[in-house]
Design a protein around this ligand. Sequence first.
Ligand SMILES: [Zn+2]
Ligand SMILES: [Zn+2]
Length: 108
Amino acid sequence: MQFCPKCGALMLPKQIEDRPILVCNTCGHATKTAKLEEYKIVKPAKQKEMIAVIEKGAKPALPTARTKCPKCGHGEAYWWLRQTRAADEATTRFYRCAKCGHTWREYT
Ligand SMILES: [Zn+2]
Ligand SMILES: [Zn+2]
């Protein structure tokens, strides 16, 4: 239900050339049924697709080796290599105990 903006009387819907309009019964003021047109045009906004985030596991992506932890004696440790910039220096292999997290290094 809509009221005339000019005189405040009730607007009556009329169909003119396949376009519904509202015409004031008292003063003849006509207005397009903008609201109805908006409902036809406006489509529900598509939600932006969420970018799938690949969650990595909490466990470190490091290989494990069977070695004895010097701290707790556990037999498995993660290991990784770190090459020093100096060519004459040996590659350092690091171990991290899978149980207690103790980290030590070993020259290969
Ligand atoms: Zn009116
Ligand atoms: Zn340990």
